[in-house]
Design a protein around this ligand. Structure first.
Ligand SMILES: [Zn+2]
Length: 188
């Protein structure tokens, strides 16, 4: 039974996130693109976003066939060509977000003409992550759920993000309690 999976979220029972998911109402459509292997990451936050927003999750192989993105689709991705979401005259109705570490997301982007073809938007500078458990060399890198929350807060001012905030806190807390005390200290 130790390897049994939850029939609802498909994650191993010990990593089941169903109890942390609460629906969040928003008008922005979000599609997550997931790098191979991320779906099994116990700390992955994409499943939380997918559950709360009831949004699509694409595997990378789906990008090979160049998806038919709806009008107004933009890729949330930093870089010189990216427009700052906070200063755009009109926000994109459909956001594509890459899941995974910054390095993996970059590799995914570099390899995908379907992603490169999309107009890019980015979050304002200085968006630091509070996600203590997925270390990254790039200080401003955000977990998937944080990036989605920040983008939604800009696009839909006044939106109630508590379902994602609470779920994210729950995910962090649960992960922290599972770390050996000696390791946990490094994150406090
Ligand atoms: Zn579950």
């Amino acid at each position: 039974m130790a390897r049994a999976s939850c029939p609802k979220c498909n994650r191993l029972i010990i990593h089941c996130i169903c109890a942390l998911i609460r629906p969040l109402a928003c008008r922005t459509q979000v599609t997550l693109v997931q790098y191979p292997g991320e779906e099994n990451h116990p700390l992955g936050t994409a499943a939380l976003v997918q559950g709360a927003l009831d949004c699509a999750l694409l595997r990378t192989d789906a990008l090979l066939a160049a998806p038919a993105w709806p009008d107004g689709t933009a890729l949330l991705f930093p870089g010189e060509e990216a427009s700052n979401l906070a200063t755009l005259a009109s926000a994109p109705p459909h956001l594509v977000v890459l899941d995974g570490t910054w390095r993996k997301a970059l590799r995914l982007y570099e390899q995908s003409p379907a992603l490169k073809a999309l107009p890019k938007v980015c979050l304002p500078q200085g968006a630091a992550s509070r996600y203590r458990l997925r270390s990254t060399r790039k200080k401003s890198a955000l977990s998937t759920v944080e990036a989605v929350m920040m983008a939604l807060a800009i696009i839909e001012p006044g939106i109630d993000l508590s379902p994602l905030e609470d779920g994210f806190e729950g995910l962090i807390e649960r992960a922290m309690t599972r770390l050996p005390a000696s390791v946990r200290q490094q994150y406090l």
